[in-house]
Design a protein around this ligand. Structure first.
Ligand code: SF4
Length: 342
């Protein structure tokens, strides 16, 4: 590991000032990804700004509903938070499907959003990789692509974003709050991560000297149901081959609102807007869900080695939407008998 300077600021403004002053600075929170990348020689910061001690580790209800989640809230604590479990089950499920209990105890909300791709070539400094070293090429094209993209990729990079949490946040229409030298700005979670285009080294729209300070969730939608399903090679401690986060409102058997996001298939959480459009206003039937999945997959483009992914995503999306329809039906039945519909 290369030598680096270590700083431990006590407030967020000082952390931002350090990031701004030093071009080669990077923020460290739980360290569950950054430290690995430093050991591998993939990340070589000159200055490490340890933000894990900043007092940004609370989950607070927002005026008017919703939650503000401090950037340093640990993944395990967030998944176990009573309001997250009751009002945002898609988020709790996504968090619990990620990594291992040990890692979730350490990984933070902000760090989870900023984790890097697990493309094997990105992590191997002996191979060309445009994300790690712009202009060197993409070893994954024509290589091992099981975990790679089928939506939105470019000739320069076909990597996927590995976060489960970020997929749920995209479906929930959360907001990422960041602090820079000029103050705070708010970024919709769906626009926080970017597609690779010709600049795959840029994972997000976060500027070099900005710090994530919080994630905000909108108020829960009355009557809505949500869940997250992840398909992976083993039951735990594995990244998604594909995943689906969905948040549906079904009224009298008709889908009145649909938000669907997919993981493991793009450089960012992939919001399935075409599928959403197809099912909104339609009866919640398997036929409609299949049509919706097909509409989204019409723009999928697999690469050599991951041709199985569109069909797998199709089945997963339909299964999730059917599960949620059943859940909405049970809630309706429980509500009619006066039981707590949760
Ligand atoms: Fe690098 Fe992206 Fe290609 Fe992987 S897919 S080798 S991260 S450029």
């Amino acid at each position: 590991m290369r030598p680096f300077r270590y700083e431990r600021p006590t407030d967020a403004q000082s952390a931002v000032a350090l990031l701004s002053e030093h071009r080669g600075a990077t923020a460290l929170a739980g360290g569950t990804n950054l430290v690995d990348l430093m050991k591998l020689g993939v990340a070589t910061p000159d200055v490490v700004v340890d933000v894990s001690g900043l007092p940004l580790d609370a989950v607070d209800p927002l005026d008017g509903g919703g939650l503000r989640i401090g950037t340093n809230v640990r993944n395990a604590d967030l998944a176990a938070h009573p309001l997250v479990r009751s009002d945002y089950p898609v988020l709790a499920r996504a968090l619990l499907s990620g990594a291992s209990p040990q890692l979730r105890n350490l990984a933070t909300t902000g760090g989870n959003l900023l984790q890097r791709t697990r493309c094997v070539y990105f992590q191997d400094v002996t191979t060309p990789c445009n994300k790690r070293e712009p202009g060197t090429g993409c070893s994954a094209i024509g290589g091992y692509t099981r975990y790679h993209a089928v939506f939105g990729h470019s000739v320069d990079c076909i990597a996927t974003h590995p976060s489960d949490m970020a997929v749920a946040l995209a479906a929930l229409e959360a907001t990422v709050v960041v602090l820079g030298v000029d103050g705070e700005r708010r970024i919709p979670a769906t626009e926080f991560h970017r597609l690779p285009g010709g600049e795959p080294h840029r994972d997000t729209v976060l500027e070099r000297d900005e710090l994530i300070v919080a994630v905000e969730l909108p108020p829960p939608v009355p009557g809505a149901v949500s869940t997250y399903r992840k398909v992976r090679d083993r039951a735990s401690f594995a990244f998604a081959i594909v995943s689906v986060a969905a948040h549906l409102t079904i009224d009298d058997g008709v889908v009145t609102d649909a938000r669907i996001a997919c993981g493991g298939v793009a450089h960012k959480p992939w919001r399935a807007r075409r599928a959403e459009e197809v099912i909104t206003g339609r009866a919640a039937t398997t036929a409609a869900f299949a049509e919706a999945a097909d509409a989204e997959l019409a723009i999928a483009a697999s690469v050599d080695g991951n041709e199985f992914k569109p069909a797998l995503l199709r089945r997963t999306m339909i299964a999730v939407l059917r599960d949620l329809t059943a859940q909405a039906g049970e809630r309706g039945a429980a509500g009619a008998t006066g039981e707590d519909p949760r």
